[in-house]
Design a protein around this ligand. Structure first.
Ligand code: FES
Length: 172
């Protein structure tokens, strides 16, 4: 013990009033380390469980019978997109018009880590800028990168001069 104290720098005068056990303060006990490991592994387990059930907790879209009007046809030029909020939720959606008569709608969140995706008319793909994930703009299926599932997809109908969200499409 005396040897250990000899290797430490001299103690300042204030330590006489507020003593610190330096040797103990510099070491982590096995018990503390075990507690740390338990907390970290517990946190990781909870985090993994949340990610695993995330889809089951996803709020359902409330699309009324007859559909929900999204916009006027004239608001979305060919090759362009329009953002919307998925009815009944606060989730962002993306409406895509790849050509004059085709409309697609998806949830705008990447299925990897929820980054906002965007439509690239040059490649006809929906891209995720975070980790180079990409989805097929015709189906929402994953083309590349880490996303584990297709984008959440919705059926869209043009009725006269308006565009309607009609139903959610189950991926098969
Ligand atoms: S969040 Fe989209 S690829 Fe990672």
């Amino acid at each position: 013990m005396a040897e250990t104290e000899n290797r430490l720098p001299p103690r300042p005068a204030w330590e006489a009033d507020f003593p610190i056990e330096r040797v103990e303060a510099q070491h982590v006990t096995r018990r503390e380390f075990a507690k740390f490991l338990v907390l970290v592994s517990g946190g990781l387990t909870v985090g993994s469980a949340v990610v695993a059930v995330k889809d089951d907790l996803m709020p359902a879209a409330h699309i009324t019978e007859g559909g929900v009007r999204l916009c006027a046809v004239s608001e979305v030029p060919v090759g362009e997109t329009k953002m919307f909020t998925i009815p009944g939720t606060a989730l962002p959606g993306i409406l895509i018009r790849p050509d004059a008569d085709t409309w697609r709608a998806y949830e705008q969140k990447c299925t990897h880590l929820s980054c906002a995706v965007f439509y690239d008319p040059g490649t006809a793909r929906i891209e995720c800028p975070c980790h180079k994930g990409a989805f097929d703009a015709r189906t929402g299926f994953v083309l590349q990168g880490p996303p584990p599932r297709p984008l959440r997809r919705f059926e869209v109908e043009r009725r006269g001069d308006d565009v309607y969200l009609v139903a959610e499409v189950a991926h098969t």
